[in-house]
Ligand binder design. Structure first.
Ligand code: FES
Length: 282
């Protein structure tokens, strides 16, 4: 069990990725934010932090969850997308600014040396797999299939390709997306036959597809539902998912759990993404 720590950290760098476009801070959508290295004893890929600019009102509405991308000797790296106005303040952070960080938080991806491991990511879901490849004792056993709507220059694929085998496919059009899904399913079948595991992170529509295939094929698969999180603290109830009959605690099987307090990483067999969330839209 890793105990979360509250730290005030200095921004080292905040580098925009890709090409500017209208509608986000400075015209960029994607940023690699590097903070000074926190004094954590340890962390695991798949975990997240909560972060807010220092000096901002000490209110939960200022803090946002960030998937941990990497922790290097230089610092803590977060890769994020400006998907809504609330993220603009993080895009404006610059070297020397201070932020308040709480973490590492949550569950993490399984690491199995000598096991073929298929990594599936779409869009910003690529972030935790940089650190996963860094920490894995046998990166030759990893293969990352990455689907992306924006051009690949928006994502840190070049750095990641030096650590593991990586295939990236543009999925901008419906035809491209369907092709990506076809390749993804073929890979999952292959990894099932090889006795491997699968780890996935990305938008919920993508994870639903992975979940369906994983359950049908019987491929041991973990999903990070981190993109469901908003407040990250168990307050907003926006991140609820429903457990399956395989949930470790039978008393809570078939009941809602919050991604931020019980995840964000779940085994596909432990959750039921077809289940209607009580009080939700179904
Ligand atoms: S993110 Fe708000 S309750 Fe989980």
């Amino acid at each position: 069990m890793i105990s979360p720590v509250r730290s005030e950290l200095t921004v080292s760098d905040n580098v925009p990725f890709g090409h500017p476009s209208a509608g986000s801070s400075g015209g960029y959508r994607f940023y690699a934010l590097t903070l000074e290295r926190p004094e954590w004893k340890d962390w695991r890929p798949g975990q997240f932090i909560m972060m807010r600019p220092a000096g901002a009102a000490d209110s939960p509405q200022w803090a946002r969850p960030f998937s941990i991308c990497r922790v290097t000797s230089q610092g803590l790296v977060l890769f994020f997308r400006v998907a809504a106005p609330a993220w603009e303040r993080f895009a404006r952070l610059k070297s020397g600014d201070k932020v308040v960080v709480w973490g590492p938080l949550g569950t993490s991806f399984d690491v199995r040396p000598d096991t073929p491991t298929l990594l599936l990511a779409r869009g910003i879901g690529i972030a935790p797999f940089a650190g996963y490849a860094d920490k894995h004792p046998d990166p030759a056993s990893l293969f990352l299939l990455f689907g992306h709507t924006y051009p690949s220059s928006n994502y840190p694929t070049d750095a990641m390709a030096s650590r593991m085998e990586l295939e990236n496919l543009r999925d901008h059009t419906p035809e491209e997306l369907e092709y990506f899904h076809t390749v993804m399913r073929e890979k999952m079948i292959t990894y099932r036959q090889r006795g491997g595991i699968c780890l996935a992170c990305g938008p919920i529509s993508f994870l639903y597809r992975v979940w369906k295939d994983a359950v049908e094929l019987g491929l041991p698969t973990q999903l990070s539902l981190e993109q469901r999180m908003a407040c990250g603290t168990g307050v907003c109830l926006g991140c609820v998912t429903v457990t399956s009959q395989h949930w470790a605690d039978p008393a809570h099987a078939g009941l809602p759990v919050q991604t931020c307090t019980s995840g964000p990483v779940f085994w596909a067999s432990d959750i039921d993404l077809d289940a209607r969330i009580p009080g939700g839209k179904g």
